[in-house]
Design a protein around this ligand. Structure first.
Ligand code: HAM
Length: 419
């Protein structure tokens, strides 16, 4: 009996991996140009970290965590996201002491026990970026500009940015009370999930996809009307900043997020086509209280994470087909092999991508294998070539075959590739 992979856990096959590499390289390039440094964090943390940051009444903590007891009975969890672990590390290593503002990015797998569907998996990859230590809304606007540059660098078009402000601990409680009152009047239309959390987490009802809840909250009071002077000013600053950076956006006063740590700015980047209902490609916002909440100094922060599977799905099919020009080498006989191995080694040192054929039998079968390997060139050394001190080189694109002197091989390959 064969063993299959786990539902919701995907293999990224060689044909797809080029797109993943491209996303990671582009993030590295663009984020570095904005002064961000990479941080690499463990995939497992103490469960308590997520309870205290993401929030006990969120879907993630209530239903989606991969938690287990280790051999000493300590509850650990696979990370469902990267912000809480990053803040934990930031405090633990006192990164705030070295720099008043830290700009960090990370990439890697996250784990949530969700119902798998297109664009929603149980292991998924994020690239995230966080700015810790700056309160100015210009930081939020600049990070969104950075994200837009990253997306257009990958050739991704047709996304839109929605922003909102969720207020702060000063003004949000009043809004929460008002919303609670409103939801209490709509009780009969709310789904069980929303009913259950009206008291502790009423904002989640604004985000519920249940058609009856969507209808029920249509007339709900908007948080925008409840923002205190500080939050209002911050939101105005964000809008001005986005205009200054030329980032187009839409205000969505109903946008709330599935994590409790947000204050003030929140946003989502939505794909117009191609992703169905899981259309948020990236999302994030401000979490000005989180560092302090976890025992660090008062540190305003802003960040976001990009969903790599969703982004990969937006690439035109085949747009990242292997760009490597493989040289596929066929050596006929022991003498040819001896010479050929040295030649192949030399080509590799010069940066060529070389595969040596170890199959036996007819030359035409070797050509078939070369074709299947996706090689751009097939290089043959047999007794004739040995005698003449040449190699036979076939350009698999054009079918043209020629004899090339060994010492001219590298420059000939370059010329054929047009580099
Ligand atoms: P999030 O909205 O939970 O935020 O996730 C960010 C992005 O990860 C989503 O927009 C989506 O593209 C992708 N994503 C989330 N869940 C899944 C899934 N099950 N399958 C595939 N893709 C998924 C956060 O995680 C925050 N930590 C973002 C942040 C950083 N906020 C501040 N800093």
């Amino acid at each position: 009996m064969t063993i299959s992979g786990i539902r919701g856990f995907n293999d990224i096959l060689p044909g797809e991996a080029a797109a993943w590499k491209r996303m990671e390289e582009e993030a590295e390039r663009v984020f570095s140009s904005f002064g961000f440094f990479e941080i690499r964090l463990p995939v497992i943390e103490k469960t308590e970290l997520f309870l205290r940051t993401i929030g006990e009444t969120t879907d993630i903590v209530e239903k989606q965590m991969y938690s287990f007891l280790d051999r000493h009975g300590e509850s650990l969890s696979l990370r469902p996201e990267g912000t809480a672990p990053l803040v934990r590390s930031y405090i633990e290593h006192k990164l705030y002491a070295a720099n008043s503002v830290s700009r960090l990015f990370y990439k890697g797998p996250m784990f949530r026990y969700e119902r798998p569907q297109k664009g929603r998996y149980r292991q998924f990859y994020q690239i995230g970026a966080e700015v810790l230590g700056e309160e100015s809304p210009m930081v939020d606007a600049e990070a969104l500009k950075m994200l837009s540059i990253f997306l257009s660098g990958l050739g991704i078009r047709g996304t839109s940015i929605e922003v909102n402000s969720l207020g702060c601990i000063e003004c949000r409680p009043t809004y929460k009370e008002e919303l609670k009152e409103f939801l209490n009047l709509k009780k009969e239309s709310l789904c069980e999930n929303c009913l259950g959390r009206t008291d502790k987490n009423p904002l989640r009802a604004l985000d519920c996809k249940n058609p009856s809840c969507v209808e029920a909250v249509k007339e709900a009071p908007s948080i925008q009307g409840f923002l205190c002077a500080g939050c209002k000013g911050h939101f105005e600053g964000l809008k001005k900043g986005l205009d200054a950076f030329g980032v187009l956006f839409k205000i969505n006063p109903k946008m709330v997020r599935g994590l409790d740590y947000y204050t003030r700015t929140t946003f989502e980047v939505l794909a117009k086509d191609g992703l169905g209902s899981q259309n948020a490609v990236a999302a994030g916002g401000r979490y000005d209280g989180l560092v302090k909440e976890l025992g660090g100094p008062k540190t305003p922060c802003f960040g976001f994470a990009i969903g790599m599977e969703r982004l990969a799905a937006l690439f035109a099919e085949g747009s990242f087909a292997s760009e490597r020009a493989i040289v596929y080498c066929v050596f006929m006989g022991e003498e040819a092999e001896k010479k050929g191995f040295a030649l192949a080694g030399g080509l590799r040192e010069k940066g060529e991508s070389v595969i040596v054929d170890y199959g036996r039998g007819a030359l035409k079968d070797a050509f078939k294998r070369s074709d299947k390997a996706g090689a751009r060139f097939t290089l043959v050394i047999g007794s004739d070539e040995l005698r003449e001190g040449v190699v036979t080189l076939k350009d698999m694109n054009t079918g043209a075959q020629e004899k090339v002197k060994e010492e001219n091989l590298v420059s000939r390959l370059k010329a054929l590739k047009g580099v």
